[in-house]
Design a protein around this ligand. Structure first.
Ligand code: NAD
Length: 301
């Protein structure tokens, strides 16, 4: 059994849905858990409540686990991290999970809808991870999860704000995985689908039974376990299925010729090759990508 004894984990937005499932499971497997949740609505409007976090803490404790509630907004990132330090003396695992939705068709989307969704999903993940980072660096150990979405990967009507923030998290994770490597800090992104109060009106019939948050939880815990070295990865996970996602590109075309001006018509004339995925390419690092381009440029002469 994979255990987390001695590890301190912060799960944001752990009062409901996916976060609650992670927090309970971490608690059951020996971690000390900071159950962060401000007890807000799905849109981030209205009153707040300590009840969701308290209920999860009570459940963990009633099962013999260790947990403390934290009611700060994820925007108060330093205070959230401080709760872990004050109560348990360290932070090993940070699961950036808290989230809200402000769905509107693009034409009706206000700056407030845009900004709030970016603040809670992307900016707060930056703030929280930034506040946890010095502790993780110092102890040469850290596991960070960011929560992306298939709405970002594939787009979804009415979610321009959310899609953009969720793809931003993938970029954040990609770079943190590189900067954290030297300090044994891993960072991975997940794009889950699960029945929750956030998605109950959006998912097809049968989702409550087949897309339980419990079917996402095991991947998150595995990625956060010391035995898992994977980093910089993105996973889709839903209903018990999980798989890794990566970007690929077409093999493309070099449309520039030696000693000739490069024209718009060169693009048009090579269009089929440019957009064909018959022989897809992918790169694991930006250095690979630069090498590929330099080889292509050399091939001109
Ligand atoms: P949920 O609404 O059930 O839980 C989210 C929790 O976050 C709530 O308890 C809420 O109070 C809390 N929260 C919101 N704003 C907060 C803030 N500022 N500070 C602290 N806590 C805050 O939603 P869920 O479906 O479990 O979603 C969890 C995460 O997974 C979100 O980031 C969501 O975007 C992402 N996600 C979910 C799905 C899905 O299918 N459920 C799909 C893709 C991504």
């Amino acid at each position: 059994m994979l255990r987390f004894d001695g590890r301190v984990v912060i799960v944001t937005g752990a009062g409901n849905g996916l976060g609650k499932e992670y927090a309970l499971a971490f608690g059951e497997r020996g971690a000390s858990v900071v159950v962060n949740d401000l007890g807000g609505s799905t849109s981030g409007d209205g009153s707040k409540s300590s009840r969701p976090a308290d209920e999860v803490v009570d459940l963990i404790k009633s099962r013999g686990g260790k947990a403390v509630a934290d009611y700060h907004s994820v925007e108060d990132a330093k205070a959230v991290i401080q709760t872990a330090i004050d109560n348990f003396g360290r932070v090993d695992i940070l699961v950036n999970n808290a989230g809200i939705l402000r769905d509107k068709s693009f034409v009706n989307m206000t700056e407030q809808d845009w900004d709030l969704v970016h603040r809670i999903h992307l900016r707060a993940a930056y703030l929280l991870t930034h506040a946890a980072w010095p502790y993780m660096r110092k102890q040469k150990y850290g596991k960070v999860i960011v929560t992306s979405s298939t709405s970002g990967l594939y787009g979804n009507f009415g979610q321009a704000n959310y899609s953009a923030a969720k793809m931003g998290l993938v970029g954040l994770s990609n770079t943190l995985s590189l900067e954290g490597a030297k300090y044994n800090i891993t960072c991975n992104a997940i794009a889950p689908t699960a029945f929750s109060r956030l998605t109950q009106d959006l998912l097809p019939p049968g989702a409550e039974e087949n897309l339980k948050p419990a079917f996402v939880m095991p991947l998150v815990l595995y990625l956060c376990h010391e035995s898992c070295a994977d980093t910089g990865s993105l996973f889709e996970v839903a209903g018990g299925w999980m798989g890794k996602v990566r970007l690929q590109k077409s093999s493309g075309a070099m449309v520039r010729r030696a000693n000739a001006p490069m024209t718009v018509e060169d693009v048009r004339d090579n269009w089929q090759e440019i957009v064909s995925f018959a022989k897809p390419l992918y790169h694991l690092t930006q250095a690979d990508q630069v090498t590929h381009i330099m080889n292509a440029v050399e091939s001109i002469s």
